[in-house]
Design a protein around this ligand. Structure first.
Ligand SMILES: C[S@@+](CC[C@H](N)C(=O)[O-])C[C@H]1O[C@@H](n2cnc3c(N)ncnc32)[C@H](O)[C@@H]1O
Length: 382
């Protein structure tokens, strides 16, 4: 009697199953017919019975599926009788499966991690931490519906989580907000501050500060003695690029833990914990350079920063900012929870604010899940 390996977990996909063998650490992608074949391998059929039950589905293709099954038996996805010594995944509890999911993710086996976490969540539906992890893993593997469902379930238990609420907006088809909420930024960077530099410079290969600085200095020439304002200064990775050219360097950021890191870096003359648009609305000083590196990715409508930044520039002063490049709408909230912007939209916002666009370059600004993130570097002059 043919039987699916007891150490295999199945997860439905839009077109079949993903099967993960927890014991052998093997992942299989099964198309709809393969999915049906393994479903029918439930210990009640031999090969002849399987052929009979599949007849109307596979018709003349039976020889192919017989060969496929022979390979599945060789691979130990399917057994010809209940095997001895193969641990059954049915005995694994949610904590064990969640731990396995963490280990798999560390080894970049994210789809397998998702399958394990999905089972963990089925076993512990009332544990918000399990739902949250399921949402994260579903999000990473691009299973938007699963991510939405898991985050929704998590939010029903933890409604105050502003980051997850924002991700739900990103994963929905709702109109995006004009910028990411203060609460979300504060929560996100309150958590991120402790490992921001290490993560950005290591795994994510973050190079926007260096590239934006190069683009801006080619517009500024050899000018030194500058007053520089760093919007969303974070821990100071960007500000430190400007230290040598600046006689006065101001940083501002909404996140107090990020500001604390910037303070410890010791490159700024002044640091303010403030929200950018609120700060610009009340500011009276002028700067030779205003720079926003990887900050306006949290703003959809760029006018809300570009327009009030203009009067804060000295004559001939430069506003430089980096973005993530988008292709569809003028701006769009992507699944990552960050905004992307289309180049022609950026040009139109700059000219509507009565600034001259000096350059708008495309470049890789960092990596995400091993893929390059294409950014835009905008340099404008008053
Ligand atoms: C990706 S980090 C970039 C930090 C730094 N510019 C760098 O290049 O490393 C984005 C920063 O923008 C800040 N931020 C986002 N939205 C903000 C807002 N509306 N007002 C002030 N800071 C904001 C965040 O707190 C975070 O520190």
């Amino acid at each position: 009697m043919l039987i699916l390996s007891p150490s295999v977990l199945l997860s439905t996909t839009a077109d079949g199953y993903v099967a993960y063998d927890v014991h052998l650490d093997r992942l299989y992608r099964l198309n709809p017919t393969a999915a049906l074949v393994v479903e029918l391998c439930d210990g009640t059929r031999d090969l002849a019975a399987l052929e009979r039950d599949l007849a109307t589905v596979v018709r003349d293709d039976w020889p192919h599926w017989r060969d496929w099954l022979a390979t599945a038996v060789c691979d130990r996805l399917v057994y010809e009788s209940m095997p001895d010594g193969v641990p059954s995944v049915a005995a694994a509890g949610p904590a064990e499966l969640a731990t396995q999911a963490d280990e798999l993710q560390q080894r970049d086996r994210v789809l397998a991690a998702f399958v394990c976490q999905q089972r963990a969540s089925g076993l512990a539906p009332d544990d918000p931490a399990v739902s949250l992890r399921l949402g994260e893993l579903a999000h990473i593997v691009g299973r938007r519906d699963d991510a939405r469902n898991a985050y929704q379930h998590y939010l029903s238990q933890c409604p105050d989580d502003a980051e997850v609420a924002h991700l739900m907006t990103a994963l929905s088809d709702e109109a995006p907000p004009s910028r990411v909420s203060n609460r979300c930024i504060e929560q996100l960077y309150g958590r991120f501050a402790g490992f921001y530099d290490e993560n950005m410079l290591g795994e994510l290969g973050y190079c926007a500060p260096e590239r934006l600085h190069r683009a801006a200095t080619s517009a500024l020439g050899t000018r030194t003695g500058l007053s520089v304002l760093d919007l969303g200064c974070g821990t100071g990775l960007n500000g430190s690029r400007w230290r040598d050219q600046a006689t006065h360097l101001t940083g501002l950021d909404l996140s107090e833990p990020m500001i604390a890191k910037a303070r410890a870096r010791g490159v700024y003359d002044r640091l303010d914990t403030a929200e950018i648009t609120a700060w610009l609305d009340t500011a009276s000083e002028r700067f030779d350079v205003i720079v926003a590196c990887d900050t306006l990715i949290y703003f959809g409508d760029l006018t809300q920063v570009v327009r009030p930044a203009r009067p804060r520039l000295t004559a001939g002063g430069v506003l430089a900012f980096s973005l993530e490049r988008g292709e569809c709408d003028a701006y769009q909230l992507s699944d990552s929870g960050r905004f992307t912007h289309r180049p022609d939209y950026v040009s139109s916002v700059v000219s509507a604010a009565n600034l001259t666009l000096v350059s708008l370059d495309e470049t890789v600004v960092r990596h995400e899940y091993g893929q390059p993130v294409i950014g835009l570097l905008a340099v404008c002059r008053r």
